[in-house]
Write a protein that binds this ligand. Structure first.
Ligand SMILES: [Zn+2]
Length: 253
């Protein structure tokens, strides 16, 4: 029995983001403050990091959203508070390569970075409407992950990483999006990241799933919702401040 525990770590706040970006165009005009997250998985033979979060706030504000990062949200310091020593981390999983999920890679000098093959290809040559999300060469930028590509481990499909932690390909938001299925003592959690940027994207008894307005393929997206429903008992979102109301998932020691 592998009982992992998941810790959401905020590494920045994006201010007054248009909610309809996250909810397929509904909720227009509603503005939300949202968090940029690193997820930490503990309880196995080694800790695992999921995503490395957004850039420093000056860069983020200039090119993306008005953003802030207080001292407690500095990535290394925030992880240290959980007892994580960044230079000992050996495994980082990228859910996808949008700028706000892969910016702080230098703090993990010994890590390998697990990414889907389709994601790398699209991140380098995206459609124009997605290019800034990737900080792609076509908009005159250098993708924030590119200098670490020598440490990338390319995945093509689903894969168990350690007992109780599996990568599950869930395309739709991006072509090579992957969620992480984590076995805990309370059941299976899916780290949904931008597949479910808010808790409300995930379906409930009387509510259909809601895709993000930012996507490459809606048919894939809905297939991914079906696939995720076969194993996920709980879903952790990519940007919802409510996830920080609990220190760990499941809660408690
Ligand atoms: Zn994204």
């Amino acid at each position: 029995m592998n009982a992992w525990t998941i810790f959401p770590v905020s590494v920045g706040t994006m201010k007054q983001v248009e909610k309809s970006n996250y909810t397929y165009g509904s909720n227009q005009g509603i503005k939300l403050d949202v968090c940029s997250l690193i997820y930490v998985l503990k309880g196995g033979p080694e800790p695992i990091i999921v995503d490395t979060g957004m850039s420093e706030p000056g860069w983020a504000t200039q090119y993306h959203h008005l953003s802030s990062r207080d001292r407690s949200q500095e990535p290394s310091a925030a992880l240290q508070k959980l007892g994580i020593s960044c230079d000992e981390i050996r495994t980082v999983i990228f859910t996808h390569l949008h700028w706000d999920h892969c910016f702080n890679n230098a703090i993990f000098p010994k890590a390998r970075f697990l990414v889907q093959k389709d994601e790398i290809q699209y991140a380098l040559f995206p459609l124009p409407i997605h290019a800034l999300y990737y900080e792609a060469p076509s908009v005159g930028k250098t993708p924030p992950w590119l200098k670490d590509i020598g440490r990338f481990e390319v995945i093509d499909g689903d894969r168990e990483i350690l007992p109780g932690v599996s990568i599950v390909k869930l395309p739709g938001h991006t072509p090579g999006f992957q969620g992480i299925n984590v076995s805990t003592r309370k059941g299976n959690y899916l780290i949904g990241s931008d597949f479910c940027p808010l808790f409300e994207n995930w379906p409930s008894m009387d509510k259909e799933p809601i895709p993000s307005a930012i996507h490459v393929n809606l048919l894939d997206y809905f297939q991914s919702f079906k696939k995720a429903a076969t194993f996920a008992e709980f879903v952790l979102p990519g940007h919802d401040l409510k996830v920080l109301e609990q220190e760990s998932y499941p809660a408690g020691p």
